[in-house]
Design a protein around this ligand. Structure first.
Ligand SMILES: Nc1nc2c(ncn2[C@@H]2O[C@H](COP(=O)(O)OP(=O)(O)OP(=O)(O)O)[C@@H](O)[C@H]2O)c(=O)[nH]1
Ligand SMILES: [Mg+2]
Length: 298
């Protein structure tokens, strides 16, 4: 059963608002990938609000919970406007996006989705940069996406220097080949210092070759990994301070409570949410909709 169905049936089955209900709700939130203290606090605030507003019927709770969760999302992270929203499509400032994240979270797929999204919706001219040089197959995978989408891919050989790939992508863009670079990076993370070193090198290339570019690091997290995703976010947040999160695989068994911890604990906004393997399966993150869905309001 999808988590949202579960929370829906929890509220439907509850016949009265009681202390026990808030305890059970705390457990349910934990099951939905909330952290224990966030779950406890959320149930507690909800309980106080119900008391203050003299709410007696459980069927009013989903809406109250959704309101509360939406506030949390907005308070913790601030609304993250999607990139290029409101930006003139004729603007020719270069944008460089690095996609970061551990193995298998969906970085390469997301790079392709973003290329399609920005090209089709915002009239950008993307270049895909195969800065994951660690796995031979990763380069081919990105090239296949590039072929399918008709988007240029800048790649070096397997084992090459990721910063050099970004360097070449910047050159290609500046030579008139595009105004947006989306760089896929390697998922490996032996140690935090190796990650930081690799990214510093890319930073230096951007600073020296494209100092006035819009430079963005998005952390890709797999929603199905639950609390593990938060642990990854903590490491990347500390090491490289990404500006936002792209949450993938929200279509399958994902519960999604981890998003609230990202907001409240790390002030890290989710910017996009991915719900499938097709290029179109990416949406702007909408806190209102997300909170309502989580609370079981269809
Ligand atoms: N259901 C679903 N599958 C997804 C989504 N995003 C990516 N995938 C799948 O997840 C798997 C891994 O995706 P990749 O894009 O290769 O992940 P990666 O982070 O680049 O992986 P590495 O390069 O090995 O680190 C692939 O089978 C994708 O099709 C999504 O939003 N929903
Ligand atoms: Mg990859």
């Amino acid at each position: 059963m999808k988590f949202t169905e579960k929370i829906k049936s929890f509220f439907t089955k509850s016949s009265a608002i009681s202390e026990e209900l808030f305890e059970d709700l705390t457990d349910l939130l934990v099951e939905g990938d909330f952290g224990a203290s966030d779950a406890f606090q959320t149930a507690e605030i909800l309980r106080e609000r119900c008391k203050k507003e003299k709410i007696n019927a459980p069927d009013e709770l989903p809406l109250k919970l959704a309101e509360l969760l939406e506030e949390e999302l907005k308070k913790g992270a601030g609304p993250a406007a999607p990139l290029f929203e409101g930006v003139d499509s004729g603007e020719n400032k270069l944008t460089i996006i690095l996609l970061l994240g551990v193995n298998g979270v969906g970085k390469t797929t997301t790079a392709a989705k973003l290329a399609a999204l920005y090209r089709d919706k915002y009239r950008r001219r993307p270049i895909l940069a195969a800065a994951d040089t660690f796995r031979a197959a990763a380069i081919d995978q990105l090239k296949i996406h590039g072929d399918r989408l008709g988007v240029r891919v800048v790649a070096h050989q397997h084992g090459g220097d990721p910063a050099a790939v970004v360097y070449d992508a910047v050159e290609a863009a500046q030579a008139g080949g595009g105004d947006l670079i989306i760089a896929d990076t390697a998922g490996r993370m032996h140690t935090k210092s190796a990650l930081v070193e690799e990214l510093r090198k890319i930073d230096r290339v951007v600073m020296s070759r494209a100092a006035d570019a819009r430079y963005i690091k998005y952390l890709v997290l797999d929603a199905t990994t639950g609390r593990n995703a938060l642990a990854q976010a903590e490491i990347f947040h500390e090491a490289v301070a990404p500006q936002g999160v792209i949450l993938t695989k929200y279509d399958s068994t994902a519960k999604g409570g981890v998003v609230f911890s990202l907001a409240s604990g790390l002030h890290l906004p989710v910017v996009y949410i991915c719900t499938g393997e097709k290029y179109g399966d990416i949406q702007d993150f909408d806190p209102h909709r997300y909170a309502r869905e989580f609370a079981g309001i269809a």
